[in-house]
Design a protein. Structure first.
Length: 401
């Protein structure tokens, strides 16, 4: 259901919930999607997809509303309120009036600390949870002190991976609010294998720190053997600014001599990405940057692709031992991994099957959404009960098995 900010009227207020109520008791929850996100079918980022899937499968869906910047094709299977006109980036102030009309009892802000802090000031007494999808940078001592003061006003932080959370706890020792981990999930019925083609696929941002030039160099170095065996390379790129446009152009120039084996597509919808991944035999996630978790990796696992990835950040948490793990910034290792998988169909099939089983066991969205709902309820219980636990308590879903 789509709404404009003027249409975001409040639900009738039930009696205030006590600290032992469960989701069946209707906790009115607001989900905020701040700047640089696109909560829509055509341009959704990985963060948007994560937020959408959690809302769609929530036990509390009927009492939940998403507040996001305006788009022409907002998701229409959850309750959404557009806080700006289409194409305009939302600022923290844009959320105030729609949220006031909604009357939330719990607010979740995805990724953006400044929005979370502003909303905390605007709605005193309402717990605000920050859902972080990546690491906080190890800033100067002054910035850590400033961020610590801001974060201690929140009701808690949810991280998508243990690596990101542990990095944060080591750097921000003064943050006393509870910090928990719930990994990304995917709908394994939707992200499912199809008849496989001889395709190696990359899905992600057109950015150097995603390892795209390492992949290009690796492909060029062994193209004779790969192309001779009928393999093709598919690049599914998200291009959102001039820098990414320049990277996409540079990639195509680097691979210009291999046009017959190359496919480059930009800004596909989630359903189009799913179709490409379902047919791919091998997926490469060659990130150099320390990823918070790696939703693309679990999409590939779920689609039955054998995965090659680096051990940067939380990618190992997603893939475990069901993929080929290489060092970042290592195109020669990547080339060797490509040859191993393309020339060994048994190994490729075994990894693909193990990856699919891992996705079903650990990351299927119904179980992830249930865990997420329980974590939100637990954080809310602690906040209203005045027993907010320190971040030193390890409180997460074990996924590194």
């Amino acid at each position: 259901m789509r709404r404009t900010s003027k249409e975001c009227t409040a639900f009738a207020l039930p009696a205030f919930l006590n600290a032992n109520r469960r989701w069946g008791a209707a906790l009115r929850t607001a989900i905020l999607m701040p700047r640089n996100m696109h909560f829509c079918m055509s341009r959704a980022t990985s963060i948007d997809l994560c937020a959408h899937d959690l809302a769609l499968h929530s036990q509390n869906k009927s009492n939940l509303r998403v507040f996001a910047g305006g788009e022409h094709d907002l998701f229409d299977d959850v309750d959404v309120c557009a806080v700006t006109e289409p194409g305009k980036r939302p600022h923290p102030a844009n959320f105030y009036d729609p949220l006031s009309a909604f009357g939330p009892q719990l607010i979740v802000v995805h990724q953006h600390l400044e929005t979370a802090v502003q909303v905390t000031a605007d709605f005193p007494g309402v717990p605000v949870i920050l859902h972080r999808h990546g690491r906080f940078e190890r800033n100067s001592a002054f910035k850590r002190w400033k961020y610590t003061r801001k974060m201690n006003r929140l009701g808690g932080i949810i991280w998508v991976g243990e690596d990101a959370r542990n990095n944060f706890c080591e750097s921000f020792t003064g943050v006393k609010i509870r910090s928990v981990v719930v990994p990304n999930g995917v709908d394994c019925e939707l992200w499912a294998p199809a008849a496989k083609e001889k395709t190696v696929i990359y899905v992600g941002r057109a950015r150097e720190d995603k390892g795209v030039f390492d992949l290009a160099q690796a492909w060029v170095s062994c193209a004779d053997r790969l192309e001779g065996a009928g393999w093709k390379l598919g690049l599914v790129l998200a291009v959102t600014d001039e820098g990414e446009e320049a990277t996409a152009k540079a990639l195509q120039e680097k691979l210009a001599g291999h046009a017959d084996s190359l496919s480059v597509e930009t800004n596909l919808s989630a359903l189009e990405v799913q179709e490409r991944l379902s047919k791919a035999s091998i997926a490469v996630v060659p990130s150099i940057v320390a990823e918070g978790f790696g939703r693309t990796a679990i999409e590939a696992l779920s689609c039955g692709a054998a995965v090659i990835t680096t051990h940067s950040g939380g990618l190992w948490e997603a893939v475990g031992e069901t993929g080929k793990i290489i060092n970042p910034n290592a195109p020669k290792e990547l080339a060797a991994a490509l040859l191993d998988l393309t020339e060994n169909p048994t190994m490729r099939a075994e990894l693909a099957q193990a990856g699919r089983e891992r996705a079903l066991r650990l990351f299927d969205i119904p179980q992830i959404a249930e865990t997420y709902d329980d974590m939100l309820m637990s954080l809310w219980d602690d906040y209203v009960g005045g027993s907010n636990k320190a971040q030193g308590v390890i409180d997460h879903m074990l996924i590194s098995q």
